[in-house]
Design a protein around this ligand. Structure first.
Ligand code: TYD
Length: 136
């Protein structure tokens, strides 16, 4: 599965009277091998996380609990995805500017990443990102 555009991906959902269950396997449900998992939580009202792009890293973002918005910019236009279900998530390929905002109280944002943490993979300046998108 090769995907290069952001997309909401539905995950398997095993319904059970004892409680539902969802799972993810790298390279099967999402288009990359999972290398690292981290989560963002205890976000104070109104705070914004992210605000950067990755040169190489791909990621999959899930609202495990609560809700938040992921604002994406592909170099040409902005798109906002609202995440509020634990059985679906947003695939974000490399070279997409992304910002996470409008976190609900007690929301839990889980991010699966295709690479180890590498500061040099970050593009933190939006103007630089736009230039790189347009090949200069
Ligand atoms: P960062 O990805 O910059 O978050 P945000 O874009 O929301 O500010 O991460 C914040 C800090 O956490 C950064 O200084 C590096 C550290 N960090 C790690 O050490 N390992 C990780 O896997 C991640 C995601 C962050």
């Amino acid at each position: 599965m090769i995907k290069k555009t952001p997309a909401i991906i539905q995950l398997p959902k095993i319904l059970d009277d004892r409680g539902n269950l969802t799972f993810i396997e790298g390279n099967k449900h999402i288009p990359f091998e999972i290398h690292r998992t981290y989560w963002i939580y205890d976000v104070p009202g109104g705070e914004i996380r992210g605000g950067h792009a990755y040169k190489e890293l791909h990621e999959f973002i899930v609202a495990i609990s609560g809700s938040f918005d992921v604002e994406l910019h592909d170099g040409n236009e902005k798109t906002v995805f609202s995440l509020n279900r634990s059985y679906m998530g947003l695939y974000v390929p490399n070279m997409v500017w992304r910002q996470l905002q409008n976190f609900s109280t007690n929301s839990l944002c889980m991010i699966l990443a295709s690479e180890d943490y590498l500061a040099s993979d970050y593009i933190r300046d939006f103007k630089t990102f736009i230039k790189l998108c347009h090949g200069n």
